[in-house]
Design a protein around this ligand. Structure first.
Ligand SMILES: Cc1cc2nc3c(=O)[nH]c(=O)nc-3n(C[C@H](O)[C@H](O)[C@H](O)COP(=O)(O)OP(=O)(O)OC[C@H]3O[C@@H](n4cnc5c(N)ncnc54)[C@H](O)[C@@H]3O)c2cc1C
Length: 301
């Protein structure tokens, strides 16, 4: 029996074979997933993870695809995306909200404001899902997910359970989930504060992004992590890579650390991959800097 049939017989959710992934990523690149699965809820997710384990398949979690580069030849491992069943909101305490992993940062802000609380402002300009933001410890100079997270509910093939944030070993744009772990809910601590000032800060932050980032072109956010004490964007610019183009993809002429898709439909993930390799080699040669990609790559290029 094919994996799709086994899934269909045992779990509830949407199963799509040969699912195009370019439209599920913000840079609009990449080939199809052999199998895309959107579970109805956590029980179905756990059951699916068990099926994958039994069949020796290791699934790839796709959130909002705001940090993911998919290879042109697509993805052989099953791709799992959390959707409608993972958008809940509960209030276990006066200043703590539990949100489903599929929600966007804006939902966290709206939840906070319902109770006159502050905290998740920095999440608003960061595209993607809360699950992806936990996995990446997404953030800005105003804060990162680990500064709000009390605990995350993690699903594996063995079941689902809550892990305190301190057990997730957060670092710069990373965290350590249990092997094969999927974030299904996040418990965030909010605080009392000056809501008007916080709202003004959000507007300022969004205006800054509009001035400095290629918001009107499909892109992938920061391609590389900032090396200690420096900025990847500054170094890429100094190496002459701002605006540098290969095929249909370029390092943005507005922000050198952002890859942009200049030819949606025609550009290839291999062009993006070639730019990543070129940048790493050139910065090493010119400045002795080893760049670490921040983007996640999956599939065959
Ligand atoms: C215009 C733009 C601006 C950006 N600005 C910022 C910024 O200021 N700061 C910042 O930190 N990032 C920024 N990013 C990058 C991106 O928004 C973040 O990395 C975000 O956390 C990605 O979330 P996602 O749901 O899209 O994750 P995806 O790209 O779908 O996945 C990213 C990683 O998380 C894993 N993952 C996703 N969901 C789950 C889950 N539920 N459980 C376990 N693992 C999961 C994936 O397997 C993958 O390894 C920006 C991106 C863009 C396009």
């Amino acid at each position: 029996m094919t994996l799709a049939r086994t899934l269909a017989a045992g779990v509830r959710g949407e199963i799509v074979e040969r699912a195009p992934l370019d439209r599920l990523t913000t840079i609009r690149l990449g080939g199809p997933a052999d199998l895309l699965f959107r579970p109805t809820g956590t029980d179905d997710l756990v059951a699916a993870l068990r099926i994958f384990r039994d069949q020796g398949a290791s699934p790839w979690l796709l959130g909002g695809g705001a940090n993911t580069l998919v290879g042109d030849r697509g993805v052989r491992q099953p791709v799992v995306q959390l959707a409608d069943g993972f958008d809940g909101e509960e209030w276990p305490a006066e200043d703590e909200v539990v949100l489903g992993a599929a929600v966007a940062g804006m939902r966290a802000l709206r939840a906070a404001r319902k109770r006159g609380l502050v905290g998740p402002e920095f999440l608003v300009g960061i595209p993607g899902t809360l699950g992806g933001q936990v996995a990446m410890n997404a953030g800005t100079r105003h804060g990162e997910v680990s500064s709000l997270l009390v605990a995350a509910e993690i699903a594996t093939a063995d079941g689902a359970g809550w892990l305190p944030a301190k057990e997730l070993d957060f670092g710069y744009r990373r965290c350590r989930l249990p092997p094969g772990g999927v974030v299904v809910r996040a418990r965030l601590r909010l605080s009392r504060g000056d809501v008007a000032a916080a709202d003004a800060g959000v507007q300022e932050d969004l205006a800054y992004r509009r001035r400095t980032q290629p918001w009107d072109q499909p892109n992938l956010g920061s391609t590389f992590q900032n090396p200690p004490g420096d900025h990847a964007g500054r170094l890429l610019e100094a190496a002459g890579l701002k605006g540098h183009r290969i095929g249909g993809v370029a390092f943005s002429d507005r922000h050198a650390n952002f890859l942009v898709n200049l030819a949606p439909g025609a550009a290839r993930a291999a062009d993006a991959q070639a730019l990543v390799e070129l940048a790493m080699a050139r910065l090493h040669e010119r400045f002795g800097v080893s760049l670490e990609p921040e983007i996640r790559r999956v599939g065959e290029f």
